[in-house]
Design a protein. Structure first.
Length: 315
């Protein structure tokens, strides 16, 4: 990995050394106090604090949550100011990060506030990409959140991301229905007919290759998802259950729609195996690789957009 990028861990070298010793790693760490001290070819650890922190692996600790937020906020600030190129976040405990100064349910909401754009969670594994119209909200509130404005914004955000981040010129997007069998003509709910279908029709007529709504129950099992560059689910579990079933251990959570690049693994904190040295690192590794791929794609897209080929006028 050191041949592909220069990693900077926003934490404290003492903590990283403790963890390294606990799981018997022999890798060398390079502690730094400022970002201008970064050395290529090294695993750099930026010291964000000097005081000691008690670490009880696998135990929920509000104090440790404060340091997790400190790390995340500092890394986001560095990303925002162009001091680092991409951000890869480790899993975070959504409960012990809450405080008077940080009242966000997770990474994405904070990033959406701090960075330009409209964030949407896009789960990625090779050519399988699953986005969400709604994410961390109770199931009984999903229908009330599905407005024309929201649906348009999310679909257009995914479309733009597929173009600039994945180099797909004319992306095809599938949208899953809210109700079983897309409401069966209104018998099992009217939202698909009255909300989703009209918006998808308008977008398609304006040139966005969006299709659906499709009944969610057989969409993935039948392999229908393979015909599209991205699939957008109406709510969290509708999209993430099939995604993780198909890709668990290798999937990546990519925050599309922002002016900066952020990825993370597709799993949580796994307190039950913390410190045992048995966690599967593949998803985190893929998160780093995807961040690098997206960075290159955006760079190429920006170059092409700034210097389009001139059309020769007819004589």
């Amino acid at each position: 990995m050191l041949e592909l990028c220069t990693p900077v861990i926003f934490a404290n070298v003492k903590i990283m050394s403790f963890i390294k010793k606990n799981i018997d790693l022999t890798v060398a760490l390079h502690g730094i106090d400022k970002l201008d001290q970064i050395l290529p070819g090294k695993i750099n650890v930026l010291n964000l604090w000097r005081e000691g922190v008690d670490i009880n692996l696998g135990v929920n600790d509000d104090k440790v949550g404060e340091y997790a937020v400190k790390s995340f906020v500092a890394a986001t600030t560095a990303l925002k100011n162009g001091l680092v190129d991409v951000l890869v976040t480790a899993p975070i405990n959504k409960y012990n990060i809450q405080s008077e100064s940080f009242k966000f349910p997770g990474h994405t909401d904070y990033l959406n506030q701090e960075l330009e754009g409209n964030a949407i969670m896009l789960m990625v594994q090779d050519n399988l990409r699953v986005g969400l119209l709604t994410d961390h909200i109770p199931l009984n509130e999903v229908a009330s959140h599905l407005t024309e404005e929201l649906i348009k914004q999310k679909i257009e955000t995914v479309k733009q991301s597929l173009i600039q981040d994945f180099s797909i010129n004319k992306p095809k997007i599938a949208v899953l229905g809210l109700n079983p069998h897309c409401g069966d003509g209104g018998v099992i709910g009217k939202e698909d007919d009255t909300i989703l279908k009209p918006v998808l029709k308008k977008l398609f007529e304006k040139g966005t290759l969006v299709f659906g709504p499709f009944a969610a129950d057989g969409f993935f099992g039948s392999g229908q998802y393979e015909k599209y560059d991205a699939v957008i689910a109406t709510y969290h579990d509708q999209g993430l259950i099939p995604f993780k079933t198909l890709s668990f251990g290798n999937g990546v959570n990519f925050t599309a729609g922002l002016n900066k690049i952020r990825t993370s693994p597709d799993h949580g904190t796994a307190y039950d195996i913390a410190g045992k040295g048995v966690a599967d690192y593949n998803s985190f590794k893929e998160a780093v690789y995807l961040a690098l791929d997206v960075y290159r794609s955006r760079f190429q897209h920006a170059e092409i957009s700034q210097k389009p080929l001139k059309i020769k006028e007819k004589q």
